[in-house]
Design a protein around this ligand. Structure first.
Ligand code: SF4
Ligand code: SF4
Length: 479
């Protein structure tokens, strides 16, 4: 009996071998923009936690802070409590739509210029270039046998990568505690295990992803590269090789005419400059992160052979075809999808601004006690118990009056307050915290005929008259 054997041989593997990509150094406007953005983003990441913001005495003065111990998030003048996590949801939604909008207009600018994977990979490649040299020197070093010189160069590279990764991890921890104090604690070995663990995890991820995984992250790990093409249309800006002008390609000799042939001199400078190692002449590919470095590389070659720039262009597909047909290119920014994204961004932005502008500084939560649901008292009344929580989000004590609405003759009693029963009671709520009260509501039995009767708690700020109403029920035996 013949057994079926898997059709896998050494030359027909299930997975391609990973090839280390050594991008070639290029000069040009896209490279310059990437350097400037890298500098700006790294500066912000590492310096932003040191920006101060005065919130008054006894309160964190760090402008951007996730205060885990105080269960609070600070962003300049905005202060978010855990109960207000919907603001973060709104911000994430806004960011996601902004990314879609950016992609529809300008292609993968996020991937090519703003993604932290791109930024740190660029920085790590810069380290390699400074220590070893450009692409060919790095490739030669990789192929060379292990010598003292190779070992020394590799050690310097990895030491620099580890230092950068550690700084990345330290930068992360500074957003979770006072930055000045955290830095002091880290370097005097007084920081918590949690802080060192966070540095290890974030720094380790940086070292592995930017040092080793590199373009594999974009190709296999990042979901955005998989669905970003769904956000493109024929007017979105993409990186394209203008085949109509470049083909038929052929190497060129000095002084040779370009009559009757394409402008691509097949120098492969675009391929060698590409951080993901692709050949853009084969068309738009998922692996293209839209960094524009192939444009810089190609334009440099075009200068050398005296041809105009733009053999590889950053333009829309529609304009690419228009140029191929000799028509004038047009930029069409207003399209159905860009209008839709603009409307969505405006709606979410306006909603968040409105929510922030009209933000309540007090929140109430009422929980009806279930065991027992009600207690018949000897004076003929029915008693229900409630847990009543007041979140006072300002840093000063507040005095409230509390009453109920919905059942006639109801009286309130705050357990342990020393106040007697009454139709209305007073709550003193300390500033900047959640206060929990146990409250009894007593109602004459004749006034509650149902098993469940709707009841409202009405909390009124005695200083400014602001009212917070909370719906609950009053349980009775029913008749
Ligand atoms: S093809 Fe060009 S734009 Fe795309 S990733 Fe490579 S160098 Fe960057
Ligand atoms: S850099 Fe330009 S000329 Fe050279 S191979 Fe690429 S497309 Fe052709």
């Amino acid at each position: 009996m013949n057994k079926a054997t898997p059709n896998v041989t050494s030359s027909n593997k299930l997975y391609a071998d990973t090839v280390t990509i050594h991008p070639r150094k290029v000069k040009g406007p896209f490279r310059s923009i990437k350097w400037w953005l890298m500098a700006a983003m790294l500066a912000f990441w590492h310096l932003a936690p040191f920006i101060r913001w005065d919130r008054g005495p006894g309160v964190a003065s760090q402008a951007i802070l996730a205060d885990m111990a105080g269960r609070r998030g600070y962003f300049f003048f905005i202060e978010i409590w855990p109960q207000e996590v919907y603001y973060i949801t709104g911000a994430l939604l806004f960011a996601a739509i902004a990314l879609f909008f950016m992609s529809a207009l300008a292609g993968r600018v996020w991937c090519g210029f703003l993604c932290w994977q791109t930024v740190y990979t660029d920085l790590f490649v810069l380290v390699e270039r400074l220590v070893v040299g450009d692409r060919s020197a790095r490739m030669m070093l990789d192929r060379a046998p292990w010598t003292a010189s190779k070992l020394a160069k590799k050690t310097v590279i990895h030491a620099a990568w580890i230092a950068i990764s550690a700084l990345c991890g330290i930068g992360f921890t500074l957003y979770f505690g006072d930055a000045f104090q955290t830095v002091r604690e880290i370097f005097t070995l007084e920081a918590s295990i949690g802080t060192y663990s966070a540095i290890g995890i974030v720094g380790g991820a940086c070292y592995l992803l930017a040092g080793f995984a590199r373009e594999q992250v974009c190709l296999y790990m990042c979901p955005y590269s998989r669905f970003q093409s769904a956000m493109f249309d024929e007017h979105s800006l993409i990186i394209s090789y203008e085949a109509w002008r470049g083909e038929p390609r052929a190497p060129s000799r000095k002084g040779e005419s370009f009559e009757g042939r394409g402008h691509c001199i097949d120098c492969k400078a675009c391929v060698q400059a590409c951080p993901t190692g692709i050949d853009i002449r084969e068309g738009l590919q998922m692996a293209c992160i839209g960094c524009g470095l192939c444009i810089d590389a190609c334009n440099t070659m075009m200068d050398k052979v005296g041809l105009p720039h733009g053999l590889i262009s950053y333009d829309s597909e529609a304009n690419l075809f228009a140029r191929a047909k000799g028509e004038a290119p047009q930029t069409k920014l207003v399209r159905l999808r860009t209008v839709l994204y603009t409307v969505l961004l405006a709606a979410i932005g306006a909603g968040m601004l409105f929510a922030l502008g009209t933000r309540h500084t007090v929140e109430v939560n009422v929980l009806h006690e279930r065991s027992p649901l009600f207690v018949p008292l000897s004076d003929g009344s029915i008693r229900n118990g409630y847990t009543y929580k007041v979140l006072n989000m300002v840093r000063k004590d507040r005095i409230y009056s509390l009453k109920t609405v919905g059942i006639e003759g109801a009286s309130l009693e705050v357990v342990g307050s020393g106040q007697g029963k009454g139709a209305e009671t007073e709550l003193q709520v300390p500033g900047d915290q959640i206060s929990t009260y146990r409250i009894y509501v007593n109602v004459p039995e004749n006034n509650v005929s149902n098993i469940k009767t709707p009841l409202q708690f009405v909390l009124t700020d005695k200083a400014d008259g602001h009212v917070v109403q909370s719906e609950t029920i009053f349980a009775g035996p029913g008749r």
